[in-house]
Structures are given as C-alpha cells and as structure tokens.
Design a protein around this ligand. Structure first.
Ligand code: PTJ
Length: 260
C-alpha cells in the first residue's frame, strides 16, 4: 500500500481510497467497486465529509429497529469488506445480527476472500457462502441468499447497495436499511431507513449508539422507530446540501478558505 503522509490535507480520503485499491488487488473488491467508491466520495464532498443530523437520526432509528428484530442480517459486499471489516463484525456482534456475504459481481473466489477477512476480524459465523435460496424477481447474482440469513430475515442492513435488491427485499416484506452517500440513488429511495453518510463514519457511530440503546426497553425503541420518517430524512439531506452550497457560493469558496 502506498504510504500516505499524515500531514496530507486529504489524508483520510486517500487512506480509504488506498484500502479500496488494496481490496481490489487482494480479490475482495470488484473493479466496479472503485467506481462506486468515487461516486461516494463526490457525494461526501457535497455533504461536507461529516455526519449530518438527518444521518444521525437515521442511524438511531436503524439501530433501534435492528435491536427489535427477530432475525436481523447485515449484508457485506466487496467495498464494505475492504473499508470497514472490523467495524462490520463488531456491529453485528453488538446488535446480535448475522453476517451474510452477498455480491453483485459474485465469484466463489471473492466470496472466499471476503469470508477470510471477516473471520480474521473476529466473525464467529459468516453466511452466504453456500446460498440455497433465490430472491424472487431478481436476475443478478445478488438473488442468491442464505436460507438462515437474508432469506428468513425480518430486518436487513444492505450498505453500498444497488437499488435492485433493495426493491426486491422490500417486495418480500422485509424491512430494509441502507447506508448510501447518494440520497438520490434508487436504494436510498427504496429503503425503509436510509443513512446518508460515509460507512467509515456510520458504522463506528452505530456501534456507539447500539451500546447506548441496549439499556432501553422495547417500548422506548419502538417509539424511536415510529417517530422516524425516511422521506423527511432524504428531503433534509437535499436541503442540507443546497444550504451548504449556497453558503459556500455566497462566501466565495475560491478565496482559498477551508471548507466547513
Ligand atoms: O462487491 P459487489 O460485487 O457486490 O459490488 C459492489 C458494488 C459497490 C460495486 C455495487 O453494489 C455497485 O455497483 O454499487 P453502486 O450501484 O455503485 O452503488 C453504491 C452506492 O454506494 C453509490 O450510491 C455510492 O454513492 C455509495 N457509496 C460508495 N461508497 C460509499 C457509499 N456510501 C456510503 N459510504 C461509502 N464509503
């Protein structure tokens, strides 16, 4: 991996970019994952590369919903495994959720590599290695799911997803949560809860929230979920971007100031 100097003003961005490249070289991330990452980076610039209030609200509702679920499953693809393997395993543990590998560009070699990464990071069980069920109405490789995982799940967390499977899972009656920096993507609009944040910030924050919420009773968790409105969240994200861009334009971003 290329050494990124810590003094570089875009250290974090470059570090995660290297992780994705390394993930691809190790057979974890799909080539198209590099493009998906670039798209995410562009939206992260627009929101200001920090967790914004609508994302914080969505994360709280998501954690509450997963804690209330009977069979929660966290789906893992090649980008997620390259960027946040340790956090993915920790989040599943703290939420008592199962982990399932589900790939759009599925090859058995990639599945094996991703499973290795998850086990190296402390996973006790990884599903999706020998899927026996097919999500109805979905023609891509993503239709292949594990009978004890996504197939029987009531709540599924599908980060960095493409819209097809989100829609198919919603059709199957599942409650779908996504993490997607693009508030306009099909998955963002199809999901029941959309966390518009970078997964590198979202998962650590969700782990904190989960630890905090574990002390709450079911009725308190139910209240958090019932007060949540995903349409409002998506609208608030768009308004945040609009207001931020308006402010930057009025202040004159060309004056070499640091962007807030
Ligand atoms: O590993 P595979 O074979 O399952 O393939 C995975 C990819 C990501 C290649 C596949 O799912 C894909 O092509 O996804 P899309 O349609 O490009 O959608 C990915 C979405 O995730 C886009 O809307 C991006 O903006 C968003 N995104 C990318 N990086 C991040 C992100 N959202 C949150 N955090 C990120 N770091």
């Amino acid at each position: 991996m290329v050494k990124i100097p810590k003094s570089h003003p875009r250290y974090w961005s470059l570090l995660y970019r290297e992780r994705i490249i390394e993930g691809m070289e190790r057979g974890i991330t799909a080539k198209a994952g590099l493009i998906a990452h670039g798209r995410g980076e562009a939206f992260d610039y627009l929101i200001g590369e920090k967790t914004i209030p609508p994302a914080e609200r969505a994360m709280k509702a998501a954690v509450a919903k997963i804690l209330l679920a009977k069979h929660p499953v966290i789906s893992v693809n090649g980008n997620v495994a390259a960027l946040v393997p340790k956090e993915t395993v920790e989040l599943a543990k703290v939420l008592n959720a199962k982990l399932e590998i589900n790939l759009f560009y599925r090859t058995e070699e990639r599945v094996k590599r991703i499973a290795e990464v998850l086990y190296e990071n402390g996973a006790r069980e990884v599903l999706g290695i020998n899927p026996t069920k097919l999500i109805p109405g979905l023609e891509s490789e993503r239709a292949k799911v594990d009978e004890n995982g996504i197939w029987k799940a009531d709540v599924v967390l599908v980060p960095l997803e493409d819209g097809d499977r989100t829609e198919a899972l919603v059709r199957m009656g599942k409650f779908v949560i996504t993490v997607d920096l693009n508030p306009l993507s099909r998955s963002a609009r199809m999901a029941d809860i959309t966390i518009v944040d970078n997964i590198i910030r979202a998962y650590p924050r969700m782990i904190e929230i989960a630890k905090e919420f574990k002390t709450l009773g079911r009725s308190e968790l139910e209240e958090i979920v019932s007060e949540y409105d995903n349409s409002k969240t998506l609208s608030d994200v768009l308004l945040h971007i609009r207001d931020r861009l308006t402010k930057l334009a009025e202040e004159g971003i060309w004056r070499r100031k640091k962007l807030d």
